[in-house]
Design a binder for this molecule. Structure first.
Ligand code: PLP
Length: 401
């Protein structure tokens, strides 16, 4: 008889946001007139920028003509997009990344979830707690609930940042600006991690999905702003949150050529070659139309439109911060991130707080414990809604007794 991958049985029963969706569905079915405001899932609400839409229309037209039709593209992504990314996201900021170090993908969820394919099973993997659930679940899928997966506690006492682990990890996942806590890492703090990784020959998997939300110029937007990070880090970037691509799907992963590991046979192996091998075997490329859409993000109009979208959401974050601080609640994040991490008032358990907020204010958020045990007692709200709905949600909470 065939066998399954038993590690899947060690996962929590369902993905956090499916559980939330089911609870909201049940509530809405029994309260059909309730105007539920969703500040839960980190999905964008504004439509795609006009420059992106124009580029897609053009690309669709190209697909209708024999001479310009495109079939399978390069698995790593088209040169036109890899070059724009290299130029605008890195070289113009003084970071030397070349187009063949960029791999276009269909979303950072896939790449952060799949990166383990090229890593050994004996690695000690350090993951923060609380955390974006994909890092932990994808490691449990590979390794089971193993002592090799080490959780780095990120509590209020350390500003929700991980402390250097006492047990040397081989692989460390870092995500800044952070989902869910909305916190950022200063240049000095990130440098400490890079130095630690270089000294211990560890690999940092740096998720920068929210870099566009950084307002403070002192905060690094890319790990490669730190000297020698190209020798120890892979960076994941997404077009989902900055440019509204959550439904369109495009992202990229930077795997520098200077990132090398030793194989068991002691020869030097390039991670760039391994990831290239993995992608060209298991991935057939992001659609041409979507890559043209992503390219348009780098046009002058696209850049302005994306900045405006991010500012729109950050105004919501500011509204939430101001309103809830006035109510006397303790909040974190929301200054360089679309997420506000609040301390459940009166030390309420985070699922109980979820139910109360839904039933009494008709507002959906995300219970902190859904991101890990250290998230218990906290709650995440997102800035991804309209100004009107956000203002209404803040008013409801302010009037809540
Ligand atoms: N990384 C983090 C930290 C996220 O919060 C998300 C989505 O919420 C992703 C990656 C996935 O983004 P994508 O839409 O590119 O798959």
């Amino acid at each position: 008889m065939f066998r399954i991958n038993e590690n899947y049985l060690q996962l929590n029963e369902s993905y956090l946001f499916s559980t939330i969706a089911k609870r909201v569905e049940k509530f809405s079915a029994s309260h059909p007139r309730a105007d539920v405001i969703r500040l839960g899932i980190g999905d964008v609400t504004l439509p795609l920028p006009p420059a992106v839409i124009r580029a897609m229309h053009n690309a669709v037209d190209e697909m209708a003509v024999k001479e310009t039709f495109r079939g399978y593209g390069p698995e790593q992504g088209y040169g036109f997009l890899r070059e724009k990314i290299t130029e605008i996201d890195f070289r113009q900021k003084g970071i030397d990344i070349s187009p063949d170090e960029i791999f276009i993908g269909d979303g950072s969820k896939s790449d952060t979830g799949n990166i383990g394919d090229i890593l050994g099973e004996n690695n000690i993997v350090a993951i923060t707690d609380p955390v974006y659930p994909v890092y932990l679940d994808s490691n449990i899928m590979r390794l089971g609930r193993s002592p090799k997966i080490v959780l780095l506690s990120c509590g209020e006492e350390n500003g929700f940042l991980p402390e250097m682990p006492s047990q040397r990890p081989d692989v460390v996942y870092l995500c800044y600006p952070n989902n869910p806590t909305g916190t950022v890492m200063s240049r000095e703090q990130l440098k400490q991690w890079v130095d630690y990784a270089l000294e211990n020959r560890s690999l940092i998997l740096f998720d920068a999905a929210y870099e566009a939300f950084i307002r403070n110029k002192e905060v690094p937007r890319s790990i490669y702003e730190i000297e020698r990070a190209k020798e120890c880090a892979i960076e994941f970037r997404s077009f989902s949150k900055n440019a509204g691509f959550t439904g369109l799907r495009c992202s990229y992963t930077v795997v520098p050529k200077s990132l090398v590991a030793r194989s068991a046979g002691e020869s030097q192996v390039s991670l760039n070659s391994l990831w290239n091998r993995r992608q060209s075997t298991k991935f057939n490329g992001t659609p041409y139309i979507v890559q043209r859409a992503a390219e348009a993000v780098y046009s002058p109009e696209g850049q302005q439109e994306v900045r405006d979208m991010v500012s729109y959401y950050m105004r919501n974050a500011e509204m939430i911060r101001k309103g809830l601080t006035e109510k006397g609640w303790t909040l974190f994040g929301g200054e360089n991130s679309p997420y506000i991490w609040l301390k459940c008032p009166d030390r309420t358990d985070s699922w109980i707080f979820f139910d109360r907020l839904l039933e009494e204010c008709h507002i959906v958020g995300t219970p902190g414990v859904g991101f890990g045990s250290k998230g218990e007692g906290y709650f995440r709200l997102t800035a991804f809604n309209s100004h009107e709905k956000t203002a209404e949600a803040v008013e409801r909470i302010k009037g809540w007794v």
